[in-house]
Design a protein around this ligand. Structure first.
Ligand SMILES: *Cc1c(COP(=O)(O)O)cnc(C)c1O
Length: 459
């Protein structure tokens, strides 16, 4: 019986001759189709061997091969639907871009460009100059420099100004960011000696002043973006650090982490220190991320005194941290939106500021469409987060669809394995999709995924 089934298994070459595969070979290439058919036959061979099937048809094998082809044709980095409600989700690619940003990228990438070519002189130019002026206009800084990410920005500054010298940081600000960026480690790596002052909850100005020696090169303030120390606390204001730095002629620098340009309190959120707050306090150097609350591509931005930024521009390490043309193409469009105060054109800010009623409207719309294909949901209030290590204690009101008629664990898995993966949350044993981070453009994908689930249920 088993032997007969094994014998009935078709040969790869024979299956490949069928018309449907011929077309697929033209579309996807021979190798993917061959591997997929081979694997499909193998799947059935194993099923026969372990007695999990008693019969099969060639059509069933072909269907499995089609599924394999679909899976193998997908890239590893894929678009996903974010139903978690976390706006700057580091695991899901942080900030998303507007159509304008993406169109500019397509235009720049499909041809040559003036990345390092000065169009006014016909001579060699520098990539950094393409956005420096815009950053300075928006922030009021004397000079600016961009590198691959904020971690690189901090390391570059420490390498330039702190190496073999002492850098003073408050014990309350020895931050670890997810993905193992730790201030004490990065300082050790840069060759600068960390001088910790104060205590975890309280640091006074005299703590800084008492530790200043002839070897002190920098007073570093780190924004505790992803945690909060509350209770009996004391931290020194930027202005006090700046005046101390000036008194002793020591560089002052702030690592802001998530750099925000606008006052978030106008969106009903807690005020985060803005880039302007930091710069206006007189800090010599300020560093921040491009893809957190700024809403742009992954990069680190350093702004501050021209004399210092000029030194950074000549640092050899800069070559290893340099940004690519894709980053600059997207960043420039973003910066122009800031310059024109077109905040609604910046998806991260648009999501942050979207009225709750709009979110509810989308929840109702999607609920209705799902009902039409017999998927019943409840709309539940939800709290979502800004993410990206910013505003750790701030929750934004939102609405979510709750799928009560499903086993939450298996629904989570099925949607995660969808061809466009759908990532939701399990809350009190219910699977939910938060509508804050789902746009109406996502509906067709969501509906198709649930139709597939319906179909596989009825089989
Ligand atoms: C996020 C963050 C960093 C790291 O920034 P990346 O752009 O992710 O490299 C450094 N410092 C602080 C305070 C941060 O919040």
């Amino acid at each position: 019986m088993k032997k007969e089934l094994f014998r009935k298994l078709p040969k790869v070459d024979k299956l490949l001759l069928s018309n449907s595969f011929k077309k697929l070979i033209e579309e996807k290439g021979y190798n993917i189709v061959y591997e997929s058919v081979n694997e499909a036959i193998d799947t059935f061979r194993k099923a026969i061997a372990n007695d999990s099937i008693e019969t099969f048809t060639d059509e069933a094998i072909i269907k499995t091969a089609f599924k394999n082809i679909e899976r193998k044709s997908q890239t590893n980095l894929r678009r996903v639907i974010n139903g978690t409600g976390t706006i700057i989700h580091t695991n899901l690619g942080r900030s998303i871009f507007s159509t304008k940003m993406v169109e500019n990228l397509t235009d720049i990438l499909s041809g040559y460009n003036n990345l390092e070519y000065d169009l006014s002189t016909g001579q060699r130019g520098t990539r950094y100059s393409l956005v420096e002026k815009l950053i300075c206009e928006i922030t009021g800084a004397e000079a600016a420099l961009i590198v691959n990410n904020n971690a690189a920005a901090v390391l570059l500054c420490l390498d330039q100004f702190g190496k073999n010298k002492e850098v003073i940081v408050s014990r309350g600000e020895l931050v670890e960011i997810g993905g193992s960026f730790r201030i004490p480690d990065i300082m050790k790596f840069s060759g600068s000696a960390l001088v910790e002052v104060g205590t975890t909850n309280r640091t006074h100005l005299y703590d800084y002043e008492d530790h200043i020696t002839e070897n002190t090169s920098m007073l570093l303030k780190v924004h505790t973006s992803n945690y909060k120390i509350s209770g009996f606390t004391q931290e020194i204001s930027r202005e006090e650090i700046v005046s101390l730095g000036r008194k002793y002629k020591i560089i002052t620098m702030e690592d802001l982490g998530s750099g925000v340009l606008i006052d978030l309190s106008k969106y009903g959120l807690k005020k985060e220190p803005t880039i302007l707050d930091s710069l206006n306090s007189g800090m010599d150097l300020v560093t921040f991320s491009g893809d957190k609350l700024l809403g742009g591509p992954q990069c680190g931005i350093i702004i501050g005194k021209k004399e210092l930024v000029d030194k950074l521009k000549r640092n050899q390490l800069l070559r290893t941290f340099r940004v690519c043309k894709m980053t600059i193409a997207i960043l420039e469009v973003l910066l122009r939106e800031y310059k024109n105060e077109n905040y609604s054109e910046i998806p991260t800010l648009a999501m942050l500021s979207e009225p709750l009623d709009n979110v509810l409207e989308r929840a109702l719309e999607l609920q209705k469409k799902l009902k039409e294909i017999d998927i019943h949901t409840d709309i539940v209030p939800s709290k979502c987060m800004v993410g990206g290590g910013s505003l750790p204690e701030e929750f934004i009101d939102s609405y979510a669809l709750s799928f009560n008629n499903f086993n939450s664990v298996s629904l989570e898995k099925k949607l995660r394995e969808n061809s466009v993966p759908i990532i939701g949350r399990i809350q009190q044993n219910q699977y939910i999709l938060d509508m804050k981070t789902i746009s109406s453009k996502d509906y067709p994908i969501l509906l198709k995924a649930f139709e597939d689930i319906n179909n596989s249920r009825s089989i």
